[in-house]
Write a protein that binds this ligand. Structure first.
Ligand code: ADP
Ligand code: ADP
Ligand code: ZN
Length: 220
């Protein structure tokens, strides 16, 4: 597959963006660009961006467009992005989508596709409250839907330390879902009008979602 594609994954918190982005990365060599991961690293490092973002993230609100756009503009200049990339969690507003189009046009690198992973709200609380990750390698798991093969041991790296995000609680999820519907979901129409929107059913099992996405990707 031509791996120098640039795509966006769109969907509510817990729809499977991170899970699928990692799988696409492993299968194609395209790089996963997760603004959530970048922000969590900034918070952990107590960098100026991290200090501004921490409370906003804990409350389940969106970090300001200026901060996010600046962070992504820097990141996509890095040499590894020449292999193509999967944007996971960005853009999350119309101004972010417009800024991204401008960045890519300036670099003469058009966006190849935007894939909406569609999951209705009633699935989301269970997805989010059951989520955990390996503290060592970042592999993602779920209490019910994606358990490690051996209880308490990471399939990927064998570590036995896991972590849960502070914002993955029911109350914050409701705020994040409102932000998704009010501020983020208009970007679905934005990419539809641009003629590059594809929709996959995110209520399927994890492997079937991957198959649907790989099929879409092959056609872009
Ligand atoms: P996002 O990055 O969109 O917030 P994640 O990829 O982290 O979502 O997935 C949220 C949680 O749901 C994780 O615990 C993951 O293991 C689980 N999950 C992801 N995709 C599915 C799926 N298709 N069916 C059931 N559980 C899923
Ligand atoms: P999710 O699993 O809910 O999709 P992420 O890991 O993508 O979560 O993002 C976690 C938090 O980081 C968001 O709730 C938000 O506060 C902030 N964030 C991440 N990406 C963006 C963005 N593109 N714009 C604004 N805020 C963002
Ligand atoms: Zn691990």
């Amino acid at each position: 597959m031509n791996a120098t594609k640039r795509i966006v994954l769109i969907g509510p918190p817990g729809c499977g963006k991170g899970t699928q982005a990692k799988r696409i990365e492993d299968a194609t060599g395209m790089v996963q660009l997760s603004t959530g991961d970048m922000l969590r690293a900034a918070v952990a490092a107590a960098s100026p961006i991290g200090l501004k973002a921490k409370a906003v993230m804990e409350a389940g609100q969106l970090v300001s467009d200026d901060i996010i756009i600046g962070m992504v503009a820097e990141r996509i200049k890095a040499p590894d992005c020449a292999k193509g990339f999967i944007l996971d969690g960005f853009p999350r507003s119309i101004p972010q989508a417009e800024a991204l189009s401008k960045m890519l046009a300036d670099n003469k690198q058009p966006m190849n596709g935007a894939i909406e992973i569609r999951v209705p709200d009633q699935f989301i609380v269970e997805r989010i409250t059951g989520r955990f990750t390996c503290a060592k390698c970042g592999a993602g798991y779920h209490d019910k839907f994606q358990k490690p093969a051996k209880d308490g041991v990471c399939d990927k790296c064998g570590a036995s330390d896991f972590s849960r995000r502070k914002d993955d609680n029911e109350e914050t999820v409701r705020t994040r879902l409102s932000a998704y519907h009010e501020v983020t979901s208009p970007i679905v129409g934005f990419y539809d009008r641009a003629g590059i929107l594809k929709v996959v059913d995110g209520t399927q099992g994890i492997d079937d979602v991957t198959k649907s996405i790989m099929k879409v990707l092959a056609e872009l």
